[in-house]
Design a protein around this ligand. Structure first.
Ligand SMILES: Cc1ncc(COP(=O)(O)O)c(C=O)c1O
Length: 670
């Protein structure tokens, strides 16, 4: 896939193409560049929050517990995986980081509770839908149970999974959201009879009637929650999760109706939890405090009306600072975890005090904020397309046979190329554009040879490259030239599927920090967008985190044929794994659960191998045995008809079988 480039015959070309230089020589090109420069360039310390850094060797490291010295070199892990026969793309999970994050959350709330003299408690429930992978949920449980944390489910399958894995912790809260039919409600009430601390949250009046029906049948007094639509709309992309047009939850009139129905049946004490969900990745703390204020007022009214209220569930929505700017930018948050905790605790407390009601147990359903940081997706660049590395002749060629002179467009492009100076950037750019368009027209009507058309293309790119290089040194770039950098950027082809591994990039234009995991002691000399290996032009990444902004290219190192170049997308632990799809039949990637031992050494606790071709074909209902039999039959026919030798046919059969067992991604040789 790599575009092979020839050396430029013009030494003045903006980006003269050369054959790959040895590593030491390349590093030596930028003697002043240090790891600190890379840390700044990719803003690692800002979004890394102490979990991610770069070591002296220029490799990205993970400090799962934020303890200096206890660190994991990502490149070492990737090499370790290769030694075990597993290649990239690979998703790395850091369970110790998850444990640290759950502790941080618990400490933030307990600290706020203590500081404010709050008299209620705090419980976090992990919304399983944010990452349902068994191992992740098990780890949330393992590390969260001692902190008093529970789980949240949003569907019947999630409920059944959670019921089956929590028998040893019946007292930990399970909050049940989502649409519920008879079976779902039946499971919840029977689980309560089993002794589970489980609360169904009513999303509509029908659900309440079902709860009452099964409560009667099983002679039980269920604990019930109700989800209310706040009038304060949330913020960010998921702001419509609340407000009058929200898909879920009850209006205030319906909440009162629920209360009256319960009261009429002598069950008002069963109404114990008030819930809202203001949206995900809420970037402005003011939206959170407004919503919490409104929720607490409603809570206080319900208490005074005689409901058995105990829990105030503020839902999810705590954001992740993907760009490290700590601002109210869409991909950031203008608050920290501790500010979130103290704002929520303080608001609930002051309103409850004003209203004269007891402080409730505060429940959060933060998912993204719990699990996003624990996963890193590592993938390899396979090659690069570099449009600015074009060969430009040192003099114009002679006209084509039969032509008296060179086409006008070529001469104009040549002049523009030679004339680029700081003072004439715009003029040269406009001239080059016009001449390029002219060359397209001339070729289309048959008045230009293919060679001349190709030369026009090269001259155009070389002119743009010269202009771009001059722009890089300018404080302010003319408007027409702003996009020249992006339009000349490289495309690095990467062995991954955006649709499978980073679906939010495609679906909702989500940004994740993306950078090389090695060579960070070398200046990245190229600016690039990334293309995946799906046959889909949407399978690309052309928006990257910048400090409080979005940039169209990411700085990368020159791609060297034959040398592995690994990149990683960080903070990908929330929502990506199960939202991913099988576009082009690229399946689940390998997943490695990497841990630290007591001496600070990393080890691989569990490897979950990615889908094989056989498996993904099965998912889309192919009978793989029939496919194999068909190939064998065809090979035998080809042998009989002397199209193939027996050994060739055997080679094909073997390759087919091993292809079926192989990884769905490109399997590059070592
Ligand atoms: C009801 C509910 N709770 C919690 C969450 C988790 O939200 P987040 O991951 O933004 O914290 C969601 C996600 O949309 C949700 O719908």
């Amino acid at each position: 896939m790599t575009q092979t480039q020839q050396p430029s015959s013009d030494p003045s070309a903006a980006q003269p193409s050369t054959s790959p230089r040895p590593r030491a020589a390349r590093a030596g090109l930028e003697p002043g560049w240090t790891v600190e420069d890379s840390l700044d360039l990719y803003n690692v310390r800002q979004w890394g929050k102490g979990f991610f850094d770069v070591n002296e060797g220029g490799h990205v490291i993970v400090r799962p517990t934020r303890t200096p010295g206890a660190e994991i070199d990502l490149l070492e892990v990737v090499r370790g995986m290769r030694d075990r026969g597993l290649k990239t793309p690979v998703l790395l999970h850091f369970g110790d980081l998850l444990a640290r994050r759950l502790n941080d959350m618990s400490e933030a709330f307990r600290g706020a509770i203590k500081e404010n003299g709050y008299r209620g408690e705090y419980v976090a429930v992990y919304p399983v839908k944010v990452n349902q992978q068994r191992r992740v949920v098990e780890e949330v449980r393992r590390y969260g149970t001692p902190l008093g944390f529970g789980l949240e489910v949003g569907s019947k399958p999630e409920l059944l999974a959670v019921l089956g894995m929590t028998s040893d912790t019946p007292d930990r809260l399970i909050v049940c959201n989502g649409f519920k039919e008879d079976r779902y409600i039946e499971f919840v009430l029977l689980a309560a009879k089993l002794g589970r601390s489980i609360i169904p949250v009513i999303e509509n009046i029908t659900e309440l009637k079902l709860i009452m029906k099964y409560a009667d049948r099983f002679h039980t007094r269920p604990r019930i929650g109700v989800r209310v639509n706040l009038s304060a709309s949330g913020a960010g992309r998921w702001r419509h999760s609340s407000g009058v047009k929200a898909k879920f939850g009850l209006s205030l009139t319906e909440v009162l109706e629920v209360f009256e129905l319960l009261k009429a049946n002598g069950m008002q004490d069963c109404l114990q939890l008030l819930h809202c969900h203001m949206g995900s990745q809420i970037h402005d703390i003011r939206n959170i405090t407004q919503g919490v204020s409104e929720l607490t007022r409603i809570y206080a009214h319900l208490v005074r009306m005689g409901a058995g209220m105990k829990y105030l569930d503020v839902g999810g929505g705590m954001g992740i600072d993907y760009d490290g700017s700590q601002t109210s930018f869409e991909f950031s948050t203008n608050y920290s975890l501790s500010e979130y905790a103290s704002s929520v605790v303080y608001k609930v407390m002051t309103i409850c005090d004003e209203e004269g009601v007891e402080h409730p147990t505060i429940v959060t359903e933060s998912g993204r904020a719990m699990v996003a940081q624990q996963s890193v997706l590592v993938f390899e660049a396979l090659g690069a397309n570099r449009p600015d590395r074009v060969e430009v002749p040192s003099a114009l060629p002679a006209p084509a046979p039969g032509e008296e002179e060179l086409p006008r467009a070529i001469i104009d492009l040549w002049d523009a190329y030679r004339a680029v100076t700081e003072r004439r950037l715009l003029e040269c750019y406009h001239d080059a554009l016009e001449a390029r368009d002219e060359s397209i027209r001339t070729f289309a009507v048959g008045y230009m040879t293919l060679e001349h058309r190709a030369l026009a293309e090269r001259l155009f790119y070389a002119t743009c490259a010269k202009i771009r290089d001059k722009c890089r040194d300018m404080n302010s770039v003319p408007e027409d030239l702003v996009d020249i950098e992006a339009s000349l950027s490289d495309t690095y082809f990467c062995n991954l599927s955006i649709f499978q591994s980073l679906p939010d990039i495609w679906a909702i234009q989500q940004l994740f920090p993306i950078l090389p995991i090695h060579r960070l002691n070398e200046k990245p000399s190229r600016r690039a967008t990334l293309a995946d290996i799906t046959c889909d032009s949407d399978g690309k990444i052309d928006r990257f985190v910048d400090d409080h902004d979005v940039k169209k290219c990411v700085e990368l190192h020159d791609f060297v044929e034959g040398e592995p170049y690994y990149l990683a997308a960080f903070l990908v632990g929330a929502y990506q794994e199960t939202l991913g799809d099988l576009h082009n039949l690229f399946g689940d990637t390998h997943v490695a659960h990497v841990k630290l031992d007591e001496n600070g050494q990393w080890w691989i606790d569990e490897i979950v191998e990615g889908d094989s071709v056989r498996e993904v074909l099965g998912y889309v209902q192919y009978d793989v045995n029939r496919l194999s039999a068909e190939i064998r039959r065809e090979c035998e026919r080809a042998v009989r008809q002397k199209q193939m030798t027996v050994s060739e046919s055997q080679e094909l059969v073997r390759a087919y079988e091993s292809g079926l067992s192989g990884y769905t991604y490109l399997e590059t040789d070592d």
